[in-house]
Design a protein around this ligand. Structure first.
Ligand SMILES: C[S@@+](CC[C@H](N)C(=O)[O-])C[C@H]1O[C@@H](n2cnc3c(N)ncnc32)[C@H](O)[C@@H]1O
Length: 271
């Protein structure tokens, strides 16, 4: 298991360096005032975050974390297991003067590196497939959430991961399982969603599938109450064959109408 996570960490270290320079993340735009958060999370929880303490899990190099701080969350802490991502996040906080603390830790071991309780625990887009087991993730959320606080996730829908997205594929065909297997799926690495032309040294990455039922039941087992679960027929990434950008930064299928879920969000509170 450690080998799988080490390989993923080394890939994310390399990606972090490319992503800081990428037009996808547009750090220059962020520095000149562009809000990087998507309208989905802004509409769903944007008005509830100002004035609250916020813990951001798998924060990458901290752009979303700093955006929530800029919107008035305080204090704000971002966590990621990639040392390069955390170093870049700390640099960005210093350069912009936006206060935030960044902690380098695996999500499963966070209680060894951080103390305290938060009003909001937040995580988004492309996070769960890197976790071998959701139970420690749920325990981490339950541990760091204040009674009365809420957890929010907006994430790619696990059903959207069943389809073949190899280069050259032009229609939807099932390739991957929907249900969890403790053995990860192994992928050859290459360019990323934000740096498609990047070449990196890490050879493989490892991903795990977590069904929507597993995600919901993990949060319930962690003592949280599900407030709502939303499913969306569009995505913030062009993850599949035949997708088109239908409004800035949002993609939908060009075929099959709006017939399958591509993202979901959950708000869950700690009683
Ligand atoms: C796709 S990125 C998240 C992107 C984020 N929504 C953004 O756009 O900035 C996934 C992040 O998860 C982190 N990560 C992966 N596995 C992790 C783990 N087990 N513990 C902590 N962080 C992890 C990676 O280092 C990476 O920064």
């Amino acid at each position: 298991m450690d080998d799988y996570l080490d390989s993923n960490r080394s890939m994310w270290d390399e990606y972090a360096e490319h992503h800081v320079e990428s037009s996808f993340y547009d750090v220059a735009g962020f520095k000149s005032g562009r809000n990087i958060l998507y309208k989905t999370e802004l509409e769903e929880i944007g008005s509830e975050v100002p004035g609250k303490s916020l813990l951001h899990l798998q924060c990458h190099f901290g752009l979303d974390t700093l955006s929530w701080a800029q919107m008035g969350a305080s204090p704000v802490i971002g966590v990621d297991f990639s040392p390069q991502a955390v170093a870049a996040a700390r640099r960005l906080s210093q350069e912009t003067g936006i206060p935030a603390t960044f902690v380098q830790s695996d999500i499963a071991g966070l209680t060894e590196h951080l103390t305290g309780e938060f009003d909001v625990v937040y995580t988004s887009y492309g996070v769960l497939c890197w976790l071998p087991d959701l139970a420690p993730w749920g325990k981490t959320i339950g541990h760091f959430l204040k009674p009365g606080g809420f957890f929010y996730i907006v994430e790619f829908h696990p059903f959207s991961y069943v389809f073949n997205n190899d280069e050259g594929i032009s229609s939807l065909e099932i390739k991957y399982p929907y249900f969890h297997n403790p053995e990860p799926l192994r992928f050859d690495t290459g360019g990323s969603y934000a740096a498609p032309d990047a070449t990196i040294q890490t050879k493989n990455s490892y991903e795990w599938v977590h069904s929507l039922g597993d995600i919901v039941n993990t949060l319930i087992s962690a003592g949280l109450r599900i407030e709502w679960l939303h499913e969306f027929p569009f995505s913030v990434c062009s993850l599949l064959p035949c997708m088109e950008e239908f409004e800035p930064r949002y993609y939908r299928l060009t075929e099959h109408g709006q017939s399958i879920p591509l993202m979901f969000s959950i708000k869950a509170s700690k009683p």
